[in-house]
Write a protein of this length. Sequence first.
Length: 186
Amino acid sequence: MSETDGTGKWVDAGLAELASAGVDGVRVEVLAERLGVTKGGFYRRFKDRRALLDAMLDVWASGRIAAIEQQTALNGEAPAKRLRSVIKLYSERQNPQGIAIELAMRQWARSDAAAAEAVARVDAGRMKAVQSLYRGVGHTPFEAEARAMIFYAFIFGESLLFLGQAPRKRTTLLAACAAALTEEAL
């Protein structure tokens, strides 16, 4: 999608609406109102609503895969250090909008084959990236896959918890989890 032709604005508005109202809330009229434009602007960029939904899936999936590839790139760091950095990044930087989109995508994937394929692509990309770090510290492919699954479950599960703990205790707890996930002594 070309940002200069305005499609990016429609996709962004669609993702924001998806996060707040689910896929059924992503309607041309709602988005046009949100953007302060007419529906005609939509139809100059997209054939129909399904074309917008497909663009949203593509932008979301490619963005999430690119993000995890960038975040797990070693750039001269040891794999264990990179694992700790990724845990710290995700646990310290709460992104309510990103989590809302993630949850809405997964809900949508329960009833739409294209959404299910996009979510599966993102999951596979995330698992592959984290598995490569675990293989880099010496784990077998199977062990790396199992550890990546635990890592992934922690990263996303932790972001969904409403912990009533003081920030200092939460930070200490997350550091202990990071140590456990990277096999350091607690």
